[in-house]
Design a binder for this molecule. Sequence first.
Ligand code: SF4
Length: 329
Amino acid sequence: MGQKTVLSGMRPTGRLHLGHLSVLENWNKLQEEHYCYFMVADWHALTTSFDEPSVLKENTREMVLDWLMVGLDPEKSVIFVQSQVKEHAELHLLFSMFTPVSWLERCPTYKEQLQQFRELGKDVRTYGFLGYPLLQAADILIYKADLVPVGEDQLPHLEMCREVARRFNYLYSTKLFPEPQAYLAEVALVPGIDGRKMSKSYSNEIPLAISPKELEKKVKMMVTDPARIHPTDPGHPEVCTVFAFHRLFNRDQVDEVAESCRRGEIGCVPCKKKMTDVLTSFLTPYWERRTKLEKDPDFVWDVLKEGSQKARLKAQETMTEVREAMGLY
Ligand code: SF4
């Protein structure tokens, strides 16, 4: 595959956790081979949350620090903020003129998320929330992205984006928009400390930028095999969260840990200590890098300013073509 244009993004939700790591590792790989745009999706964040303005800003800073900490390189990729490239909003508006409401209502995530938010006591039946997959289509198509890294659950959104591109090209007899393809990379499922999926909303996450003390505390809280009362009881690693972490982060010793656990030769306390050490040495290079980055309080904002300028140039170029195709003055 030759060099492609890639667009991906995340809502600024603050510090990222171990569950985000494989997505970020994929981004690192993609930036080596392709021309990548990585977007802080701050308008998308507004479709479901009404945090204090200062929280949104701080969340942006923390998230981008994590991106840079794990290896995203502003020399190789365009790292930018969605709201700094107003052309996304214009394209979203123009797409909304020919996108049937039923396409948006049909998105499987729409009803599912409405229900999830209702359970949390939040009513998100807004125009913005219904339309966010269309805003996503504008985010992707404005850069004429060929590849979009997505999880399986996001495939219907990408299919809608492709439909929007086809409809635009058909209505205005043009080939302006390519149909982006999904980049389905393998994403490791990292459990939270309680064994459920790692997620901030369950408060079971291990942040990438966690302090060593806090890390030790979190690993101590991990759920283990409930059948093990004494350290010599034979254990069942397959039901243990600590073991799931050994599988992911301690591959060299995973068989040894499983055997010792089954034979009752290792207690959960030393097993957790081992995991704390493994995670500490895994995360230390990231922590060191973050400490360096934090020394310059303007660095993140400078990266975003420059990235947004670069993104805007491409977005403006596309919008000139779009307006011309649509007969707009
Ligand atoms: S010894 Fe380790 S793998 Fe076995 S149950 Fe305890 S923590 Fe889990």
